[in-house]
Design a protein around this ligand. Structure first.
Ligand code: ZN
Ligand code: ZN
Length: 200
């Protein structure tokens, strides 16, 4: 389902492109009023602007230089600030929020594995074309961001192994939590197959 992002992102992508990420953050904090412009916040910004791909708050904590040890609370509050001022995208995956640099990176689509939570960029203009045709009465569209949930090839192999094991043992009581989760994904997969067939 397309998800419309916050309009605040427009500032980072549109007319303000000559501003550096530090300028954008400073302006945003000034506009909000009363926000402390701490070196830690700018250090987190610098790390996030350099990173490639999609990372959790804990992974970003590990990327911080030694001279800027920041607490988990500061990391979360700063990431949320960076999302609000349009410098960072956040994505909800299985059990984690992943962050991605949004500065000069146009909004794009993703596919996410529900087994392991990995996320990939999806470049397909047909989604924009379809979204532009979708009618939204009394509502102006700003942007469109789509997430396709599924199961990656590594998790498919894991699922196949689990099914074999289950057939052998023929008992569910001894399943681990992860095995139960994969059995549930398998059930969803069979429903999804029918659903996609109907949509064709
Ligand atoms: Zn996976
Ligand atoms: Zn992405």
């Amino acid at each position: 389902m397309p998800v419309l992002q916050k309009s605040g992102m427009k500032k980072a992508e549109g007319t303000q492109l000559k501003e550096t990420p530090r300028d954008i953050l400073t302006r945003f904090m000034t506009e909000q009023g009363g926000m402390r412009k701490t070196p830690e916040r700018y250090a987190i910004l610098d790390v996030v602007m350099q990173m490639k791909g999609h990372h959790s708050a804990d992974q970003i904590l590990e990327m911080m230089p030694d001279k800027f040890p920041v607490s988990r609370a500061t990391m979360y509050s700063t990431l949320s600030l960076l999302v609000q001022c349009g410098l960072v995208y956040n994505h909800q995956t299985e059990g984690a929020t992943l962050y991605e640099c949004a500065y000069k990176v146009p909004s794009h689509h993703h596919y996410i594995c529900t087994g392991c939570g990995k996320i990939w960029d999806l470049k397909d203009v047909s989604i924009e074309k379809a979204a532009s045709k979708v009618k939204t009465p009394r509502f102006k569209k700003l942007r469109c961001s789509t997430y396709i949930y599924g199961i990656c090839n590594i998790c498919q192999a894991k699922l196949a192994r689990l099914k074999k094991k289950m057939e052998k043992e023929r008992k569910n009581a001894s399943m681990t939590r992860e095995e139960k989760r994969f059995a549930q994904i398998d059930e969803e997969l069979s429903k999804a197959a029918a659903w996609f067939k109907e949509g064709q």
